[in-house]
Structures are given as structure tokens and as C-alpha cells.
Design a protein around this ligand. Structure first.
Ligand SMILES: Cc1ncc(COP(=O)(O)O)c(C=O)c1O
Length: 407
């Protein structure tokens, strides 16, 4: 049988992250700094067990086992709206739409707004899931170079691309302003405002993807772009994958009413609604079990892990490796200097059992970023962080073009 697949999926390649994850599961010897997974210590097992018992013994099964509203559990939606208001000064006229992770949020936004051939501007190094979602609808992910000095998409280049778009093909600017994936950077407030002003001037929407936003370890939180959105131009998405558990598949979208209405319609055809068991679990957690105190605990855990990784990286010779110090989130992005041979470096990591994410995987173009790699510090234990960084340091020396004998 010869199968003919839709044109829109022809550019899709399976997520290299998911493919690698399958392989890695078979080889337990590997220390993984690769995937954006939470620590297993981060799962609030006792609380979840108590809430789950309460659901089965005290709640009406209709509330969590029956079909429900596409928009999600009204109680949870209200709680998220309140949390957005108090923690991020984000006002919503319609309570957020509950979706199956930020992954579905991005998918629904692209499906709702982009025709084939439309363009979505993205930071040149970005979340591969978003790039795949864009491609899956025949839209084009177009890179805007990143300005590392200002920790922002290069806004001069962004404006050039917007100004050249005479046919109005650019529909959206997709950004991860806070604790970017893979870069770990946070866009300063003046850049966020300038980006917003450009979007207004050139009449495009912004998709602000913020799954890591709660996880600030040092300094002050920077206002979300959505918090100063006067025109309903910013679609804001959040997730509970990184602060509760990824398997809950709980995320949300906050946007202007006309957009929310369409996202709801499009979601109906995707999955009717997001899993109500987990929606009610989370609503109960937020109402009765101090969810924010749980997030504070996570921040302490992850800050310690981030500090350990940074301390270990600080011992690497700076003429071979540089890295961006994040103020929150899940990742540290490193760059090999021209004195290191990338293929020898990655080959050493592979044979000595340290998994990292190669820069090409987390880029729009898929090539040209081999000197960059992403490290995750939330999943490995402190002991693994120390061991893994020792392997990384050795790999640097082994792959060094300047002095083969060091190390
Ligand atoms: C920037 C970014 N957006 C979205 C997602 C998807 O998250 P979720 O588990 O909520 O689907 C991820 C996951 O790693 C991410 O890093």
C-alpha cells in the first residue's frame, strides 16, 4: 500500500528531543543534562495523594470524570486568572482557556491564525516544538537573529523584516521573553516594550510563551509583555508542566475575547477538552494546599542545582567555553570557542555518557549552531551535575585545538 500524506506534514521531522529521549531510556548509564524535565523531587507526592483521595471520596464524579466544557473547569480558570492578576499584573476579560500543555496552546494559535505560506518570526534559537507546530500548518518559521548583549531578539533586524513584508505575510512574532529555551536569557523591560511597539506599528500579533516564568531565582521579575498590552495584541500562554508535573498536560491561553472564542472553537475539534481529573486536582491544590508555597520550594531546589552547575562551569577555561548565567528557568546555554572542535567535543560526550542538547536542534534553521549547546540543571541530581560537568570539562580539553596535552 502506498500512502499519500498531506502536504502540510511533509516538512515535519520527528522531534529530535523525543527521539533521543527514547534512545536514552535504553541506556541508563548516561547522565542527562538534555531534556527540560523537572526533578522527581519536585513532584509533591503527598499533597497529590491527599487531593486524589479527596476527589474519589468527597467530590461528585461528574466534576472530574464526566465530559466537560471545552474552555475548562470554571473554578480553575478563575484561579488562574486571579493568579495572573496578582503575580503578573495581567488582566483578562475572559478567564484563561485551559489547554493540553503549552504545546497545544502553540498549536491552536498557529492553526487559528496562520494560512499556508504565512510567516511566524521567531528568535533564531528557540523551542523546537514551536517551529514544528508552525511547519505543520504550512506556515514558515523565520528566524530573527538574537542579540546576546541585550538578551533580546535583535529589534533592528526585526524591524527590517517587518518593513520588508509588503504582502503582510507575517502574522505573529513568537517569543519566549522569560528564561528563554534554549538560551536561559530574559529580555529586559525596555526591549519588551520596544518589541510591543513594533508589533503595534506593523500590526502583527505577539505569542508570548511563558512556561518557565514562575521560576525566578535571582533578581526582580520583569513584567510580562502581556501586562502592558493595550490593544489585545499579545497572546499569552502558560504551563504547569514545569511547576507541577508535565504528565498533567495542563496549560492555558490568555488573550483578547475574539481570539479566545476562536481558540475555544478550534480546541473543540482537537480534543473536546483537557483532562478534567488533573484540572480539578490543580484547582483543589490551588484552593486548599498552598500551591504557591510549593512553587517557592521548587525555586529553592532549582536555585541550588543551578548554582551548583554554574559553580562547576566556572572552573572551565573561559578561552574554551562561555555560557549565559540565567536568573531563572531550566537551562544554561553554553558556547564553544573557535579553539574547540565541536565534532570531537560531542563525540567525547557521547562516548563518556553525558547527554546535552546540540544547538542545531533548538534553532529555526536546524544548522549553523553547532558551537552552542543547552544544559538542563533541574532534572539531574547535585551529584550528577558535578559528575557531568567533570565529563564536560574533560571533553573541552580533549577537543581543544590549542593544546592537546592539557587535561
Ligand atoms: C518554550 C516552551 N514552550 C512550550 C513548551 C511545551 O510545554 P508543555 O509541557 O506545557 O506542553 C516547552 C517545553 O519544554 C517549552 O520549553
Amino acid at each position: 500500500m502506498k500512502y499519500t500524506f498531506a502536504k502540510r506534514i511533509q516538512q515535519l521531522t520527528g522531534s529530535p528531543l523525543r527521539e533521543n529521549a527514547k534512545k536514552r531510556q535504553a541506556t541508563s548509564q548516561v547522565i542527562s543534562f538534555a531534556y527540560g524535565y523537572p526533578s522527581i523531587e519536585a513532584f509533591p507526592m503527598d499533597t497529590l495523594q491527599k487531593i486524589s483521595n479527596r476527589l474519589y471520596t468527597q467530590l461528585d464524579p461528574e466534576s472530574f470524570l464526566q465530559y466537560g466544557a471545552t474552555e475548562g473547569d470554571p473554578v480553575l480558570r478563575r484561579l488562574i486568572a486571579k493568579r495572573l492578576k496578582t503575580m503578573s499584573s495581567i488582566d483578562t476579560t475572559t478567564d484563561p482557556l485551559i489547554v493540553s500543555g503549552s504545546t497545544q496552546a502553540i498549536d491552536l494559535v498557529i492553526k487559528t491564525l496562520c494560512n499556508e505560506g504565512d510567516i511566524v518570526l521567531c528568535e533564531a534559537q528557540t523551542f523546537s516544538g514551536a517551529v514544528n507546530a508552525i511547519k505543520s500548518y504550512g506556515a514558515v518559521a523565520q528566524a530573527v537573529a538574537f542579540d546576546f548583549d541585550s538578551q533580546s531578539m535583535d529589534l533592528v533586524l526585526l524591524e527590517e523584516q517587518l518593513a520588508q513584508d509588503e504582502q503582510h505575510k507575517i502574522k505573529l512574532i513568537y517569543v519566549i521573553p522569560t528564561f528563554q529555551n534554549p538560551l536561559g536569557t530574559s529580555m529586559p523591560l525596555e526591549k519588551r516594550k520596544a518589541l510591543y511597539d513594533l508589533a503595534c506599528r506593523y500590526d502583527v500579533l505577539i505569542l508570548e510563551d511563558d512556561p518557565y516564568g514562575d521560576l525566578l531565582y535571582t533578581g526582580k521579575a520583569i513584567p510580562k509583555i502581556k501586562s502592558f498590552d493595550r490593544e489585545g495584541r499579545v497572546i499569552y500562554t502558560g504551563s504547569f508542566s514545569k511547576i507541577l508535573a508535565p504528565s498533567t498536560r495542563l496549560g492555558f491561553i490568555a488573550a483578547a475575547d475574539p481570539l479566545m472564542e476562536k481558540f475555544g472553537l478550534v480546541k473543540q475539534t482537537a480534543d473536546s477538552h483537557t483532562n478534567f481529573y488533573w484540572q480539578v486536582m490543580l484547582a483543589e491544590f490551588m484552593q486548599h494546599y498552598e500551591f504557591d508555597a510549593h512553587v517557592e520550594q521548587l525555586k529553592m531546589l532549582y536555585k541550588k542545582q543551578a548554582m551548583t552547575m554554574l559553580r562547576e562551569l566556572a572552573t572551565c577555561p573561559s578561552e574554551l567555553l562561555t555560557y549565559i548565567t540565567p536568573t531563572g528557568g531550566y537551562f544554561i546555554c553554553c558556547q564553544l570557542s573557535e579553539k574547540v572542535d565541536p565534532s570531537r567535543f560531542y563525540a567525547y560526550l557521547e562516548t563518556h555518557g553525558l547527554a546535552v542538547i546540540h544547538g542545531d536542534i533548538m534553532s529555526v534553521s536546524g544548522v549553523g549552531y553547532e558551537t552552542y549547546f543547552r544544559l538542563n540543571f533541574t532534572k539531574p541530581t547535585i551529584e550528577e551535575i558535578v559528575k557531568g560537568c567533570a565529563i564536560l570539562t574533560k571533553a573541552l580539553y580533549q577537543a581543544s585545538r590549542i593544546n592537546q596535552r592539557i587535561g
